[in-house]
Design a binder for this molecule. Structure first.
Ligand code: C2E
Ligand code: CA
Ligand code: CA
Length: 603
């Protein structure tokens, strides 16, 4: 049965430690080892000093005993103060040193009672059996047995067999300690899966948190609930439910990394500790765990933050899991320590797919035909119904939710656009989707877009991704690379809010772009009384023309504005005059053969 030894004290190994589960007392931690090992050394040193000063005449060489005591005292203190990072081989060395030191003290005793008294110090060696695998414990106890009987035999003052009592006691106590250690550890294991149980997991997490506090790696925690467990248990009974749990654990073995620690926290609940993980890594792990089994899994994810205790981290992961269950199960929720309430709402809404996307028509100024639609996000959180899309994007960007949000909008928009096109089969409209600069620089962004296109069936040639000028920073070549890769795959790119940034003309020429979206502020200066196009608008239109870029004017609200733009040679436009962002069904009116604005445009 697979199981985890829980011995993250010695090494971070999770699954790698499986084979040692029967050999290793998993509850041994570096802290415990440090305290017990250091104290034994210190105490032994003090006892030797005490005996040497009480009966100096009982030793053939007092300075050897004092030296021994000094070494034991220094090692003991050092281990107590700094020993938590002690490696396993260093611990073995410590035990061997102690064995040799005791042997020297016994050998140097000129008096039989002192020799026997010193031999009782071997009992300290028995304590080591708690911390090491049983083969190592057997070697250590064997070494102490040999050293003790040899030293006693070589001491002329006592008969050879007197060492048997002291060494025999040491071995017996060592065996009892090893057995008790393993029995106590069994209380931390789940009978069905052989994994750590809730108590064991909390202890292992405690070790990871202690490490993180002293400058080590920051752990992430995942809580996973098997959604259908209750139904299986009720319908088929406990045995079948147990077998299902065992199969799930076996399937997850292939998904987990060697350093991950899997535990069973409750009947239907598992936990995974990532000794060094971010929210994102933990989230993608939950996706992989979900994909590996046929049953639905709800998951909650969190990461340790500086200063936090185990209970805080556990409570937060638990909250995330409960949110995942509440919002429809079979999904992952992240509960980040610093996430403001509105970001939590946004994260929940994303998981529940409760965000709306509306579509604003883009028309050809020459004839008023609909040529494209721009997907615009709409979301009103219950606590802040007045939150504008700009603010929603900011919240998403600040709380690491923007990638999920943009991916959601892209996927949803592609699906909606397919449906809209299905209702108007001859339409060759394009779909524009906004992309945040933060998302664009993410590794693999272009591939993700292609995956979404493949999944939804929307053609790449009919997708326009809108990015703002400021995002395409030459100092961040990854954005340029992503845009270039997207265009190579047929996707078109538009520079959004053109004219509000600080593009130099030479840079503009080098940008991988197909459209310029003229910011609404240029259009707004065209008033009903304007006869001539404002000079700035005229200049920007000429510039776009010189660069062979197609212009889409934004924020067209009046027929005058539309007409001025058309006379300037601007090809496309969008704005309240043609239609606000609307539901897919409402767009069909705009797609009618004779839209209301056509006569005005053709004037
Ligand atoms: P944007 O891409 O420049 O979108 C155009 C904005 O102008 C939209 O505001 C639209 O409703 C508004 N608008 C359109 N026509 C007119 C008009 O004639 N007059 C006026 N006054 N306004 C008009 P909205 O929907 O509030 O979106 C604001 C911004 O939020 C967008 O600006 C875009 O930058 C961002 N955004 C919206 N949805 C998404 C999204 O899914 N992902 C990302 N990354 N950003 C988005
Ligand atoms: Ca836009
Ligand atoms: Ca814009």
């Amino acid at each position: 049965m697979p199981g985890y030894s829980g011995n993250v004290g010695w090494d971070p190994g999770g699954w790698t430690a499986l084979t040692r589960v029967d050999m290793w007392p998993g509850i041994a931690t570096p802290l415990l080892m440090t305290r017990i090992g250091g104290s034994c050394f210190l105490f032994g040193g003090v006892l030797v000093v005490l005996m040497t000063s009480l009966a100096p005449s009982s030793f053939t060489n007092t300075s050897v005993q004092c030296g021994n005591a000094a070494v034991a005292g220094v090692v003991g203190l050092a281990v107590l103060l700094w020993g938590e990072r002690l490696r396993l081989w260093q611990f073995h060395l410590m035990v061997l040193t102690a064995t040799l030191q005791i042997t020297v003290s016994v050998y140097e005793s000129a008096n039989p009672s002192v020799a026997v008294s010193f031999a009782t110090l071997y009992v300290f060696i028995a304590c080591a059996a708690f911390f090491v695998a049983w083969p190592a414990a057997a070697l250590q106890l064997g070494a102490s047995l040999v050293c003790c009987t040899t030293a006693m035999a070589m001491t002329s003052t006592v008969p050879w067999w007197s060492g048997l009592v002291a060494s025999g006691t040491t071995v017996a106590i060592g065996i009892v300690i090893a057995i008790l250690g393993r029995l106590v550890f069994n209380a931390e294991l789940d009978d069905v899966t052989g994994l750590l149980n809730r108590r064991g997991f909390d202890r292992v997490l405690g070790v990871a948190v202690r490490r993180a506090r002293t400058g080590g790696l920051a752990p992430a925690v995942v809580f996973v609930c098997i959604d259908g467990y209750g139904a299986i248990h009720d319908q088929f009974g406990g045995r079948v439910a147990d077998e299902v749990m065992q199969e799930i654990v076996a399937a997850w073995r292939n998904v987990l990394e060697p350093e991950h620690v899997l535990a069973r926290r409750g009947a239907d609940e598992f936990t995974v500790l990532l000794p060094n993980g971010t929210d994102q890594q933990a989230v993608s792990l939950t996706h992989r765990l979900r994909d590996a089994v046929s049953m639905g899994c709800s998951a909650g994810v969190t990461t340790w933050q500086p200063g936090e205790s185990v209970s805080v981290v556990v409570a937060r992961a638990d909250t995330a899991l409960r949110r995942a269950k509440r919002s429809g199960r079979n999904r992952t929720m992240v509960e980040s320590a610093n996430l403001p309430p509105v970001a939590v709402e946004l994260s929940d809404a994303l998981a529940a797919e409760a965000l709306d996307v509306r579509y604003q028509p883009v028309v050809a100024l020459s004839d008023g035909d609909l040529v494209g639609i721009e997907a615009l996000l709409r979301w009103s959180p219950p606590s802040r119904p007045d939150l504008s899309p700009y603010e929603v994007i900011r919240v998403a960007e600040e709380n690491n939710l923007i990638a999920a949000l943009d991916h959601y909008v892209l996927r949803r928009a592609c699906l909606d656009a397919q449906r809209i096109r299905g209702d108007a089969p001859h339409s060759s409209m394009w779909l524009s989707v906004n992309v945040s600069g933060l998302e664009l620089v993410q590794k693999g962004y272009a591939n993700q877009v292609f995956d979404t296109l493949a999944e939804t069936g929307w053609p790449a040639q009919r997708l326009v991704l809108e990015v703002t000028e400021s995002v395409i920073d030459v100092d961040r070549p990854s954005a340029l690379e992503a845009l270039t890769a997207l265009r190579r795959g047929g996707v078109q790119v538009a520079i959004d809010d053109f004219g509000t940034g600080y593009s130099s003309l030479s840079r503009l020429q080098a940008l991988p772009t197909d459209f310029l979206k003229l910011d609404a502020s240029f259009v707004a200066v065209v008033t009903p009384t304007s006869c001539e196009p404002p000079p700035l608008l005229r200049a920007v239109a000429a510039l776009a023309d010189a660069l062979h870029l197609t212009v889409i004017a934004e924020g067209v609200e009046t027929p005058q504005q539309a007409s001025v733009l058309r006379r300037l040679g601007v090809e496309f436009a969008q704005g309240f005059y043609f239609g606000k962002a609307q539901r897919p069904a409402e767009l069909l009116d705009v797609m009618a053969p004779a839209p209301s604005w056509r006569p005005n445009l053709l004037r």
